[in-house]
Design a protein around this ligand. Structure first.
Ligand code: AP5
Ligand code: MG
Length: 221
């Protein structure tokens, strides 16, 4: 059966980090709206420039644009057996749109783990985050998960960079937006019995193990 998993959690909680691990373990794609939008950086179109400006401020991209990007991504053959969603959905209209998109595929959201972390630790993680310029799913942290050689990706040797929206101001705004716009989603998934909290203050490996345990338990149910 297809497995569509939504990773929920505050900015900096580790959604991207864990989505990369789960994607590899389960053999389903890592679908990150933030990553898809960042890949449009430098494109010569008004839409691409508009999106980069919205992200830099730490605001949300409009729902219709976001849903269109996900619809296109889900149409690719590799998403037919499932996906790990990272950073999507983030508003109630997006969650409803995702239900409709999955229903078209004869599927539904299987599990919605919520990575819990306190705000101070989330901001500390974000300000020490560096990502690979070649493959931004290779994410490091100067404090908790540093590369072997400073400024260089362990996996492909490309230079690392800090994200333009990882300034303390934009990070604080993104977290405020999480409480304002994304928190209502928690009840949406809780009511279906598919929301499970995972303590994201643990090590990266311990969080992965907890997530895999949840996924196995779901598979047995
Ligand atoms: P997006 O790219 O989704 O960013 P975000 O939501 O701000 O979340 P982050 O990437 O900051 O956090 P994360 O949970 O992935 O943490 P990570 O694994 O990197 O979105 C960016 C922007 O795009 C949005 O602001 C918006 O403008 C737009 N956008 C995207 N999706 C949208 C949507 N659906 N609707 C509208 N607009 C949208 O971990 C953080 C750091 O901590 C890393 O350095 C990592 O190495 C480290 N770390 C991770 N886990 C641990 C651990 N267990 N212990 C120690 N360190 C850890
Ligand atoms: Mg991320």
């Amino acid at each position: 059966m297809a497995t569509y998993i939504i990773l929920l959690g505050m900015q900096g909680a580790g959604k991207g980090t864990q989505a990369a691990v789960l994607s590899k373990r389960l053999g389903v794609p890592h679908v990150t709206t933030g990553g898809l939008f960042r890949a449009m950086e430098g494109q010569d179109s008004d839409l691409a420039r508009q999106i980069q400006a919205i992200m830099k401020r730490g605001d949300l991209v409009p729902d219709d644009i976001t849903v269109a990007v996900v619809r296109q991504r889900l149409a690719a053959p590799d998403a037919a057996n499932g996906a790990i969603f990272d950073g999507f959905p983030r508003t109630l209209p997006q969650a409803q749109a995702l239900d409709a998109l999955l229903a078209e595929l004869g599927a539904e959201v299987s599990l919605a783990p919520l990575l819990t972390l306190d705000r101070e630790e989330a901001i500390a993680r974000i300000s020490a985050r560096w990502e690979c310029t070649l493959d931004p799913t290779h994410v490091y942290n100067m404090r908790t998960n540093p590369p072997k050689v400073p400024g260089i990706c362990d996996i492909d040797g490309a230079p690392l960079r800090q994200r333009p929206d990882d300034t303390p101001e934009a990070a604080a705004k993104r977290i405020d937006t999480f409480f304002e716009k994304t928190a209502p989603l928690l009840d949406y998934y809780r009511a279906r019995g598919i929301l499970h909290e995972v303590d994201a203050a643990q090590s990266i490996e311990a969080v992965s193990a907890a997530l895999l345990q949840l996924i196995e338990a779901k598979g047995r149910a």
